[in-house]
Design a protein around this ligand. Structure first.
Ligand SMILES: [Zn+2]
Ligand SMILES: [Zn+2]
Length: 430
């Protein structure tokens, strides 16, 4: 059975703070380079985006949407030949920002919806346009209870899917420390059983989520939440099935064997993974924070606590707990970041972009390279140093410095510059 790489949470250029390259064509182009097979459209509540999708996409027999052949053909000509034939199909998706008050507190939750067709999207749009302005933002802000949004989704179609997005983000998520809830039940009451899946977000991985009993019975999915097409597939869900809408959606709803697992960003890279004080240079793990009673050992003020600590507040199991049965978890570092480290240059630099293009053009899409292509093959194509770091990545042999109090964490494949310079063939990549 084929493995599908699924990325359901993305945004178009109609959402705030997104790239102007997040057009249908741009998403198609980068989806192929990344090696995604099923990609969300994002933003289906936005009238202009909705109209454009109706014009440029057509439904396949398998219930997915495909870019019309005459448009696809033109973009394919601009793609490296190695990724031109990749199959990529769209599903209609949106993220809603629900802001409301419940239990005497302001709640801010982001929720994603996936629907099987334009008719269902239209139905949801007609309900939501009565509540707020759908034109202002591709990710509309609506003053409605998340539970009511779930009810509308359930009413819309049996094959629609609803999932709370990036559930640990402090300010905008179901379990967020600032404006979230302490359980799914608290947020969705009698409809809680209808929450079949949750999204880890960049700030958590499945192992952090499995510490909660109520998440062990639910599907853990990952998506990129890409605000530019180059960020597609930062995280993704792997599903073993043919390319078919119902197979994908039902694998997520039932968490059966078709759901292979997720591809994850290292959560330590987040700005609020660990606890600490930036100005005091104090970084602590949740365990260490508890030992000092949440007080900074240097300035004696309360520490800024991070996502890992927040998980511990409502978890049923200790850190490093692994449920007996669990899905596959693969950690990746995006290829541009790997190349930037090898080259000792910025991710956006000309050198890194040139190398990226060179690697994709000779070896194929990014997921194939990071996950499947043999190290010999990478070496034989002339990328000796790259084969060495991909080997490290696949083994999980990385150097982690968790983020804290607004400071991004770092994940490095080389311990330091000396190790970087001495590794691999000096001729490779140069
Ligand atoms: Zn969001
Ligand atoms: Zn301090």
């Amino acid at each position: 059975m084929n493995q599908q790489i699924v990325d359901l949470h993305i945004h178009s250029h109609h959402s705030r703070a997104t790239s102007k390259d997040s057009t249908i064509e741009g998403l198609y182009y980068w989806g192929k380079i990344k090696g995604i097979t099923v990609q969300g459209t994002g933003d289906f509540t936005h009238p202009m985006w909705f109209a454009e999708m109706q014009e440029k996409l057509e439904m396949t027999e398998e219930g997915l949407y495909r870019l019309k052949p005459e448009i696809a053909k033109e973009i394919d000509k601009t793609l490296p030949i190695t990724v031109r034939d990749n199959q990529i199909e769209f599903v209609l998706t949106v993220e809603i920002s629900n802001i409301y008050s419940k239990g005497g507190q302001v709640r801010k939750l982001h929720n994603c919806i996936v629907v099987p067709d334009f008719e269902t999207a239209s139905f949801i749009n007609s309900k939501l346009e009565r509540i707020g302005n759908l034109k202002a933002d591709g990710r509309p802000i609506l003053g409605m209870d998340s539970k009511d949004l779930l009810a509308i989704t359930l009413e819309s179609h049996d094959d629609s899917l609803f999932f709370p997005a990036h559930i640990w983000t402090p300010w905008f998520a179901m379990f967020g420390s600032k404006s979230g809830f302490n359980s799914i039940e608290e947020a969705f009451e009698d409809l809680a059983p209808e929450i079949k899946a949750i999204e880890t977000g960049l700030s958590s991985d499945p192992f952090m989520n499995w510490r909660l009993n109520e998440l062990q019975s639910r599907t853990i999915i990952s998506n990129s939440d890409a605000h530019s097409p180059q960020k597609l597939g930062r995280e993704a869900t792997v599903i073993a099935s043919n390319l078919n809408y119902l197979n994908i959606i039902n694998a997520i709803k039932t968490n059966d064997n078709r759901l292979v697992g997720t591809i994850e960003f290292f959560p330590h890279e987040g700005k609020y993974h660990y606890d600490g004080h930036r100005s005091c240079g104090i970084r602590l793990s949740p365990e260490e924070t508890r030992k000092v009673n949440g007080i900074c050992p240097k300035c004696h003020n309360p520490l800024t606590v991070g996502v890992d600590y927040r998980v511990g507040e409502i978890a049923n199991h200790p850190e490093h707990f692994k449920p007996t049965t669990h899905k596959q978890v693969e950690y990746i570092i995006p290829l541009p970041e790997i190349l930037a480290e090898i080259e000792g240059k910025g991710v956006g630099s000309k050198t890194v972009q040139r190398e990226y293009h060179k690697v994709i053009s000779s070896l194929g899409n990014e997921f194939e390279l990071l996950r499947n292509i043999s190290l010999d093959q990478i070496r034989e194509a002339g990328f000796v140093k790259l084969s060495e770091v991909i080997e490290r990545l696949r083994k999980g042999d990385v150097h982690i410095e968790p983020g804290y109090d607004g400071v991004y964490g770092t994940i490095k494949l080389f311990k330091d510059d000396t190790e970087r310079k001495s590794s691999g063939d000096q001729m490779s990549l140069l």
